[in-house]
Write a protein that binds this ligand. Structure first.
Ligand code: NG6
Ligand code: CA
Length: 509
């Protein structure tokens, strides 16, 4: 009798659980988590899934194999700040003054009262976080107190949680900030930062090159305050305890990202993981040093790849992989010598960071903005390769539509809803797109026009073709991804059409 009763009881509980989970069941995956991973200066050709043969990136390759690998995916600009501005706001950065590469003490350039990508997610009930490189300015002005609450910043433009470094790994202050506050700051050792003159008594790379473990490249600066044996751009003093150790930056970001994922298993979240690799100074965890055979640049790419593997492992472990969209991309094209003599050039060993393209970071040629672009959502996206023209600028309109959030007209001038393409339901890319190197270029129907202008055709310091030319350049990307044949004199009508279209788009408000 007792037994029967408990059996009945169990059956009742079981059926109650089933009923409960059925009534609670939401439409399948209508609100997946989104992890947007952006590498820093990673080129199209830096991953084995994009054709690299001198370096092996098995974890990113697996991510690509689980989703769509875009072969015509873009950032808007060939440097960091403008690219990330576009990703955050859905607007072309060249519409606004002051969106070039920012110093480490710059004020915030993202408006706090307008729609942003993280705000859209927040409005839709997501928890939002950024972990990693910021480089969009902090505070209201250049003059700011790094020892108090540093704001406005990421938390004021849509992120519930932030763990960042302010600018680039080669710029002071070399500290982390967690929600407004410098991490591990000792109030008895306050931080001061200056980009115009030396502050404090810390040795600089210019005065004390013998203290450097990584020599700066001649003519490229990076010889101001020394932190962790590396000369930086800008001067800082104080905050000795708070300064990062470069070898630990990547694993710190990974731990913070994992912590956020771990804490948000039950609530949809948007995580912007802004990796620092392979931007200079390339200084991976010691266990990666020397592993790639391509110098430190290759080593940090292996570290990046390992990081992606760890994130994927964690998603699987918590059974979150099928409910999480992972996007992987880069903020601009690749560069070898970007300020330090780290053997990226001497140990290149035939590796082609920009793949089959001309140019790289800073360039209006395809190598500047055509970057790795992978969208994965296991069980929901049919794996494959797409040649549709897609861009990071479209994240805003795409996710607004996906999450059924409206955006003001102001934010939809440039950002287009490409969600069906991102999810592999369509192969339709953008019909028109503008790329920003030094010069602006416009792409339409497989044609690309680069506006003529001043400036050297080759940047000797970084060893990259800029795309600058006093003559108009017209390329047929469809058959000439390497931009080898300038067809401008052959197709003057095309040049005129594209130049006019670019002007019309520039006038849009
Ligand atoms: C350049 C720096 C370069 C890098 C870049 C920003 C010099 C000579 N070069 O001005 O080292 O910091 O800015 O890179 O200062 S980005 O990926 O954040 O755009
Ligand atoms: Ca960058």
């Amino acid at each position: 009798m007792m037994i029967n009763r408990s059996v009945l009881m169990l059956a009742f509980i079981a059926s109650a659980i089933t009923a409960n989970s059925q009534t609670k069941k939401k439409p399948v995956n209508s609100r997946p988590n989104v992890i947007y991973i952006c590498a820093d200066d990673l080129g199209y050709g830096d991953l084995s899934c994009y054709g690299a043969t001198k370096i092996n990136t098995p974890n990113v390759d697996k991510l690509a194999a689980s989703g769509i690998r875009f072969t015509n995916g873009h950032c808007t600009s060939a440097t960091c700040t403008p690219s990330r501005y576009a990703f955050m706001t859905g607007k072309y950065p060249w519409r606004k003054q002051g969106t070039g590469i920012l110093p480490g003490d710059a004020a915030l350039i993202i408006p706090t009262d307008k729609a942003t990508l993280p705000n859209i997610f927040k409005r839709a009930g997501y928890k939002t976080a950024i972990v990693g490189k910021w480089h969009l300015g902090l505070g209201e002005a250049v003059a700011k107190d790094w020892n108090g609450e540093v704001k406005p910043g990421p938390n004021e433009v849509g992120f519930d949680y932030s763990f960042i470094f302010p600018a680039t790994a080669d710029r002071v202050p070399t500290v982390f900030l967690e929600n407004h506050k410098v991490v591990a700051l000792d109030s008895n050792d306050p931080i001061a930062v200056d980009y115009t003159k030396k502050v404090g008594n810390d040795p600089t790379g210019r005065e004390h090159p013998e203290l450097l473990k990584l020599q700066s490249s001649p003519g490229q600066g990076h010889d101001q305050t020394i932190v962790n044996g590396i000369g930086r751009i800008g001067y800082m003093t104080g905050g000795k305890m708070a300064r990062w150790v470069d070898e630990e930056v990547s694993s710190t970001f990974l731990a913070k990202a994992e912590g956020f994922i771990e804490d948000h298993q039950k609530q949809p979240f948007f995580l912007y993981l802004a990796l620092t690799e392979p931007h200079v100074p390339r200084m991976p965890a010691t266990r990666f040093k020397g592993k790639s055979g391509l110098g430190l640049r290759g080593d940090v790419i292996l570290q990046l790849d390992w990081t992606i593997g760890e994130i994927r492992k964690q998603l699987k472990l918590h059974n979150m992989d099928k409910n999480t969209i992972v996007i992987f991309t880069s903020d601009n094209g690749p560069v070898l010598d970007d300020g330090y003599q780290d053997e990226a050039v001497t140990k290149l060993n035939g590796h082609t960071p920009a793949g089959p393209m001309r140019g790289g970071k800073y360039s209006a040629l395809e190598g500047g903005t055509r970057i790795p672009f992978i969208v994965s959502w296991p069980g929901n996206i049919k794996p494959g390769v797409s040649d549709a023209l897609v861009s990071q600028i479209d994240m805003l309109a795409s996710f607004s539509s996906f999450l059924k959030q409206s955006i003001p007209a102001d934010n939809s001038i440039d950002s287009e809803n490409m969600m069906n393409t991102f999810l592999g339901k369509s192969n339709k890319g953008r019909s028109v797109y503008i790329e920003q190197g030094g010069a602006l270029a416009i792409v339409k129907d497989g044609w690309k026009f680069i506006t003529p202008g001043k400036g050297a055709a080759f940047d000797k310091l970084v060893g990259i073709e800029t795309g600058n030319s006093p003559e108009p350049q017209l390329y047929r990307l469809k058959d000439d991804i390497g931009e080898k044949h300038n067809l401008a004199t052959q197709y003057p009508e095309k040049v005129k059409e594209l130049a006019e279209l670019l002007n019309t788009i520039k006038q849009k408000k």
